[in-house]
Design a protein. Structure first.
Length: 94
């Protein structure tokens, strides 16, 4: 599925208009739009927020941030884009 998403985003410049954003990416895009309109840069923890997302949502968020002009730093390593999000810590039973 991830491979199909990467191909779809790469082949079609209008892929974002045709494919709805996943909820984590859409939430970050909404926040990022506010930052952009307020003239603010990305917050210092943006990388941790992206790494906490599933890879599919992370890729969508990265594409959004680049297109919006907020992400102008060095490119992300492919492993950082495609690695799964860390698992949530399990609660211990009492």
């Amino acid at each position: 599925m991830l491979g199909a998403l990467v191909i779809a985003l790469g082949v079609s410049g209008a892929a974002s208009a045709e494919m709805p954003m996943l909820p984590p990416a859409a939430a970050l895009a909404e926040d990022a739009t506010g930052w952009l309109l307020d003239g603010e840069p990305l917050p210092p923890d943006y990388r941790l927020r992206l790494l906490a997302m599933p890879p599919e949502a992370r890729l969508q968020a990265l594409v959004f941030l680049r297109r919006a002009g907020l992400l102008t730093a060095d490119a992300w390593p492919l492993a950082d884009i495609l690695n799964p999000a860390p698992a949530a810590p399990e609660k211990e039973a009492e």
